[in-house]
Each structure stands twice: as C-alpha cells, then as structure tokens.
Design a binder for this molecule. Structure first.
Ligand SMILES: [Zn+2]
Length: 196
C-alpha cells in the first residue's frame, strides 16, 4: 500500500494563518506530513509526499499526480490523506470554534473505513478534546466533496487538525505534546486501516 500525504496550500497561499500571523497553515501541514512520513517509513511503509514543493500546487495538478500513481499501482493499492488546519473566521480575529475532524466524499467508499480508524485514534490521542462528527450516515466522518478527495481515484480523506484561529488550539498544536498527538493520531489510524 502506498500512503500519499498531501500537505495543503503553499508558502504563497494568501490567508491561511492565525490572526497574529505566527501560525502558518502551509508550514504546519508540511511539518505534519514530514513527521508522519518519517514514522511510516521507519515502519517499512511506502509513504510519499504528494507535494514536495513549498509553494502551492494547484488542486488539479495534485489530483493528477495522485491519479498517475493510482494508474500505475492500482487505486486499491493507494490511500491519500490531505492534511489541513481548520479556521472558523476570516483570519482577522480569534474565534471560539475548536476541535478535530475528518472529511470524506458523499458516497460510501473505503475512505469511510479509513476515516473511522482516524476517529478511533483521535479518541485515544486527543482525550478531552472536541471531535467534530456527523453520524447521520452512521459513521463519524463529515461528508463534503472537497476537490482533492473528490477527484482522486483512491480512498482519500481530509483531516482538519484543530483551528488556527482558536488560541487554545494553536497553543496545543505548537506544543511538543500537541504536535506529537496529531502525528500519532494519523500514524495509528493508518496502521489500523492497513491491518484490516
Ligand atoms: Zn487548509
């Protein structure tokens, strides 16, 4: 199985930062991707960066890259995780919304199973923190047709790792403990999915 890690946005993406400007989403997504990649690689798992570049790569190109790998290796031999940090407002002021969430497309696919594994891992690694869920279709993930998960042919999920415009969430993400929890959550969720 090939694990594709998409670190959303780039250094040239406008906005996508905390109201004080100290937390930049593109940088944090890359930090998460590289930590997760390192851990998976050490376990002998074929993990790859979808976007090694620092600048933003347009979504159609990112999907093209993923789908080329799917064509070569088979869509059922690939999973994709797009890593993000959420925002409740327009980046100008601190907001109240907090929590972790994982998105899949509207249809029922293997991505739903992957998302459920990630939610299970989130319960373990983010004790006491809000997990944002939508159980209307029977599983915890939230259904939304984000471009990257809609236009890739392998099972694909998008994680929103807390809120960059919430002071407590940003403090947690920047702490060693918090960063470790978010990385562990992804690694354990992926391992759980692979063991099924
Ligand atoms: Zn994002």
């Amino acid at each position: 199985m090939i694990i594709l890690l998409d670190n959303g946005h780039g250094s040239d993406t406008p906005g996508k930062q905390s109201p004080d400007g100290f937390f930049r989403e593109y940088a944090y997504n890359r930090f998460l991707a590289s930590e997760i990649h390192e851990r998976l690689t050490a376990l002998g798992i074929d993990s790859r960066f979808l976007v090694p570049e620092r600048e933003d790569i347009p979504l159609p190109e990112r999907c093209h890259r993923a789908n080329s790998i799917c064509e070569q290796s088979g869509s059922n031999q690939v999973i994709l995780l797009s890593l993000h940090v959420n925002a409740a407002g327009n980046g100008q002021q601190w907001m109240k919304a907090r929590g972790w969430s994982c998105y899949t497309t509207r249809s029922e696919t293997k991505a739903d199973a992957l998302a459920t594994c990630l939610y299970d891992a989130a319960k373990t690694h983010l004790p006491g923190m809000r997990l944002r869920t939508d159980y209307t279709d029977g599983d915890p993930d939230i259904e939304k047709d984000f471009y990257i998960i809609r236009h890739t042919s392998c099972p694909a999920v998008l994680t929103e790792n807390l809120f960059m415009d919430n002071r407590q969430d940003v403090a947690f993400l920047k702490s060693e403990e918090g960063a470790r929890a978010i990385v562990n959550l992804h690694v354990d969720g992926i391992l759980q999915y692979l063991s099924k």
